[in-house]
Design a protein around this ligand. Structure first.
Ligand code: MSS
Length: 367
């Protein structure tokens, strides 16, 4: 096997044994590393940067970072120091790359071949966007989107629209959104968007803009390429375009984290704790079923650990006694709106939003 790539310097503090280094801007949490405590520790959380992360000088004086708020009655620049006076809220949220599960597409779409590890459950603290908007007189008339712009310095000589990270979500998403400065009990590390990050609970990872330098309420979606052509659910073989659905809310999903094929042969006659994670998008996860026969029959799993709110994931377990044999273990989640995790993936060119329970099933051997 090829030697594991070393951790890039700006994430040198990550736990190397818990992550797969795909590239200098993409790290994946190992499926065996998620544990059962609910929260994903920052040092094993996945990383996805579309552009190189900014220089660490931007976190030298975090409170001095400025964000422009536009599309409100009194638009202006605010520092993190000022934001901290306007409100405080904490939300636990699944952060998941829209391409998580791409690695299961037989078509091998271009992009990082994530299996399950481009996701984590993270606690974020910051000011509610709602409170910021209120302090600035409210959203201007006719604004239908909330558009966040990343603070990366863009290389010269390239059309900024072609590379900037700028995403629009429906303006209604501001109800639960935060401008966050803290994650898992510490200032947001540079790699994860510090000093200030837009958090849009229930939405796919790409919409959670790091190093946010502008938050604008806009009449139209951003015309940056990452919005207009990137992250679109394009038909297989097709190219992204603005007429196709954009990668926005997440869909109900679950997967098993133990046992895994790499757990080796399990002892016959003993009990096995089949455990994993389950979450919804805008609707909380309501229940999970587990199958030990590849989806022919299902049994209700039990949630364990605290309920950290509708945007967090739940850990689940099913205790089973497995006679010698080979088993295909699968999990299938349902959300409070009645959406059920589907058997098959929705085919699309870039391998987005794979929630197929069949793709996430694992084969284990008991002897
Ligand atoms: N932001 C910015 N500014 N930049 C970049 O690059 N990316 C995205 C988000 N945000 C970016 C941003 C993506 S794409 C994702 S996933 C996320 O982020 C991730 O996160 P972390 O923290 O994990 O790294 Mo896919 O859908």
């Amino acid at each position: 096997a090829a030697a594991a790539k070393p951790l890039p310097a700006y994430v040198g503090w990550k736990n190397a044994s818990d992550v797969i280094v795909h590239s200098s801007t993409t790290l994946e949490t190992k499926r065996s590393a998620f544990g059962t405590s609910g929260i994903t520790p920052s040092n094993q959380l996945y990383l996805r940067n579309n552009l190189p992360a900014p220089d660490a000088t931007i976190v030298a004086d975090r409170d001095a970072w400025e964000v422009t708020v536009a599309g409100v009655k009194s638009p202006r620049k605010l520092t993190v120091r000022e934001l901290k006076t306007l409100g405080l809220e904490t939300v636990t949220m699944v952060l998941q790359c829209s391409g998580n599960g791409r690695g299961f597409f037989p078509s091998k779409p271009s992009g990082t071949p994530w299996t399950v590890g481009a996701a984590g459950c993270v606690v974020w603290s910051g000011v509610p966007v709602r409170a910021v908007v209120e302090s600035l007189g409210g959203v201007s008339a006719g604004m239908r989107f909330m558009t966040g712009t990343g603070g990366e310095k863009l290389p010269e000589g390239i059309d900024p629209k072609s590379i900037m990270v700028e995403r629009s979500v429906p303006a209604a998403a501001m109800q639960d959104a935060l401008l966050a400065w803290e994650m898992n009990g510490e200032p947001i590390p540079l790699a994860h968007g510090g000093p200030l990050r837009l958090i849009v609970p229930g939405y796919q990872g790409v919409n959670n803009i790091k190093y946010i330098k502008q938050l604008a309420f806009t009449a139209q979606e951003s015309d940056a390429k990452i919005m207009s052509h990137g992250y679109r659910m394009s038909p297989p073989g097709g190219k992204g375009d603005p007429s196709q659905p954009s990668v926005q809310e997440m869909s109900v999903k679950s997967w098993i984290n133990s046992p895994l094929p790499e757990s080796g042969t399990l002892a016959a006659g003993g009990t096995v704790q089949i455990q994993g994670v389950a979450f919804g998008g805008l609707h909380a996860v309501k229940g999970v079923e587990v199958s030990i026969d590849g989806g022919k029959t299902w049994q209700k799993a039990r949630f364990i650990g605290p309920d950290m709110g509708k945007y967090a994931w739940r850990q689940f377990v099913l205790q089973a006694r497995l006679p010698a044999g080979t088993y295909t273990l699968a999990s299938r989640a349902t959300d409070t709106a009645g959406n059920v995790q589907p058997e098959t993936r929705g085919e699309n060119q870039s391998g987005y939003n794979n929630t197929s329970w069949a793709d996430h099933a694992v084969k284990v051997t008991v002897a």
